[in-house]
Design a protein around this ligand. Structure first.
Ligand code: NOJ
Length: 582
């Protein structure tokens, strides 16, 4: 493959980190991370909620899909105020999901298929029903200081206590909730049933490390750390956060404040460093962190650097944050998103690409069903680790959930007129396995959230049987990314316009692949030879394409002319270039 212009950007595989404790090429680099929201994957006992046995039962599916890392959202003991992210026992399984024995079985089964298992650890807060909180409430030692408590600033005319400052929680309203038992407020970044743990207390730090160790000793392969940026607040509780002039409907909205005193505090990185060191006493454990930050430099801090490694990667949410609707998806914008990540990536660190998760509108609903395959091609074929939210491989869509059926506390707190702007229920509906009742998710009379009406046609079984389907495209991509050209190869861009993004993946003595994405809402004919920065052969053969393209000329296996490549709206094409004799 010859590249001819200075515009060509080639990116070699990132150099390996120098520190010890981890393999040269750790397993997660070439793996897809697949997120399962356990409530919604498969229900084996008919109660309408998914369980661990259900996930174990689908090990073959994951294996066949080509997924090598399974990230499980929380299944720990929980009153379910935030559906498992409010934990009342960090080292046990909630009965709704099964038992510790079921977990061990899940782990054994996944490991037998060479699938790693990564747990969602929620260090920032517990449930208010956790024993630690109950004892803290009673000021029992050593628990009295396990949470962030504050005296009232004063009392209003009706005798009600006034919170110490204006800090808000993400789930709407003050971050402070009053408890008569202590005549104090406690702080919660999220729901009032999720009191923040006090990480200034060394005992709390120790407790949380023991939680990590409990699961690592059981054999888990890594962690996804929830809500990490909220771990610390400044010590001075008299400081109000600055108000943004925001045209929202009231000042109870989290985004109406800036958060210099409650997010990304320097102490957070010390704790993360400590976890990294502890995790590195085990071989090859993965740390992924959750950090939504506008400024990319703030996100990158969670990587640490070559000499001070922290997370293996903080999630890259740019493809979510910057692609909010169909018209956001342009070749230029995608290229900018990719460049922004690479340009800011600390040396020796590895990229990752996330299209969706249990907190976001599903990608098919956010930007359009026509782009499902093209975006999977992008995230699975760029250098880096892709993170797939369950159902994205079949193009699952959000479901309309009425106010009456709303379960998510985030949505619920905003009331009947605004819940839909915040509720995460629509993206958490049951996995669509087949066309039988409840999409094959549950044999029970009902499911915890409704199944999408489209399940009769949009389901795993139908897509396995179809000649071409999202699922089949996904499987092809998962297989392809194991090839050296993708696993170790370089990246170069061929076309970057608003309509089209084309890139190649190549490595000496290995096949060269060309990925062409038509991101516009129209069918296009592209002349790849017009773009002078890459010298391309006259034709190439089709490996896979978006399901929306029914043409004979682009069908897998056919040869296509790179001077006149026809793509339907939103289509992605993966092509293999012929070997060129030098
Ligand atoms: C982030 C999680 O992704 C979200 O689902 C949860 O509600 C909050 N953390 C609180 O734990």
């Amino acid at each position: 493959m010859k590249t001819t212009s200075t515009q060509t950007e080639a990116r070699a595989e990132q150099p390996e980190p120098k520190h010890s404790g981890r393999e040269k090429t750790p397993w997660w680099k070439n793996s897809i991370v697949y997120q399962v929201y356990p409530r919604s994957f498969l229900d084996t006992n008919g109660d309408g909620t998914g369980d661990l046995k259900g996930i174990t039962a689908k090990a073959d599916y994951l294996d066949d899909l080509g997924v090598k890392t399974l990230w499980l959202s929380p299944f720990f003991t929980s009153p379910m105020a935030d559906f498992g992210y409010d934990i009342s026992n960090f080292i046990d399984v909630d009965p709704i999901f099964g038992s510790l024995a079921d977990f061990d079985e899940l782990l054994k089964t996944m490991h037998s298929k060479d699938i790693k298992v990564v747990l969602d650890i929620v260090p920032n807060h517990s449930s208010d029903e956790h024993e630690w909180f109950q004892r803290s409430l009673r000021r029992e030692e050593p628990y009295a200081d396990y949470y962030v408590w504050a005296d009232p600033k004063g009392f209003n005319d009706s005798g009600n206590p006034i919170p110490p400052n204006n800090w808000l929680c993400l789930f709407r309203g003050s971050a402070w909730t009053w408890r008569e038992e202590r005549s104090q407020f406690y702080y919660h970044s999220f729901h009032r049933k999720q009191p923040d743990l006090n990480f200034r207390n060394p005992l709390v730090q120790e407790e949380m490390k023991n939680v990590f160790k409990f699961w690592l000793d059981r054999g888990v392969d890594g962690v996804r750390v929830d809500g990490l940026k909220h771990l610390f607040q400044v010590e001075d509780q008299n400081l109000d956060e600055p108000v943004i002039d925001w045209a929202g409907f009231n000042n109870l909205h989290y985004t109406s404040l800036m958060h210099p005193f409650t997010e990304d505090q320097p102490e957070t990185f010390e704790v993360l460093r400590d976890w990294r060191k502890m995790m590195d006493t085990y071989p090859n454990k993965l740390i992924m962190t959750e950090a939504y930050n506008e400024d990319i430099r703030d996100v990158m801090k969670y990587y640490g650097n070559d000499t001070d490694p922290l997370a293996d990667f903080p999630f890259n949410f740019r493809l979510i944050e910057k692609l909010q609707n169909r018209s956001d998806v342009t070749g230029t914008r995608l290229k900018n998103i990719i460049d922004e990540w690479f340009d800011n990536l600390p040396e020796g660190k590895w990229p990752n690409w996330v299209l969706g998760n249990h907190d976001q509108i599903r990608v098919a609903s956010r930007v359009g069903t026509d782009l499902v395959d093209a975006l999977n091609m992008l995230t699975l074929l760029l250098p880096g680790t892709p993170v797939t939210y369950y159902g994205e491989e079949i193009g699952m869509q959000d479901v309309y959930i009425s106010w009456e059926d709303t379960k998510d506390p985030w949505g619920y707190n905003f009331g009947p007129d605004h819940y839909r702007e915040h509720s995460r229920d629509p993206c958490r509906t049951p996995m669509q396995w087949d066309a039988t009742a409840n999409a094959g998710f549950s044999k029970g009379p009902s499911t915890w959230l409704p199944v999408n009406d489209n399940y009769k046609t949009l389901n795993v079984k139908a897509q396995l049987e179809a000649r071409e389907s999202h699922l089949k495209v996904y499987k092809t991509l998962a297989r392809l990314r194991q090839e050296n050209s993708f696993a170790k190869g370089k990246l170069a861009f061929s076309v970057v316009t608003d309509e089209v993004l084309a890139f190649i993946r190549y490595l000496e003595d290995e096949p060269t692949y060309l990925v062409v994405l038509n991101l516009s809402a129209n069918d296009v004919v592209v002349n790849l030879h017009h773009h002078a920065n890459l010298e391309l052969p006259p034709d190439a053969s089709v490996i896979t394409r978006s399901v929306s393209d029914k043409s004979e000329e682009n069908s897998p296996g056919s040869k296509v002319n790179l001077s006149a490549l026809t793509l339907v709206r939103g289509e992605g094409l993966v092509l293999q270039l012929p070997f060129v004799e030098e």
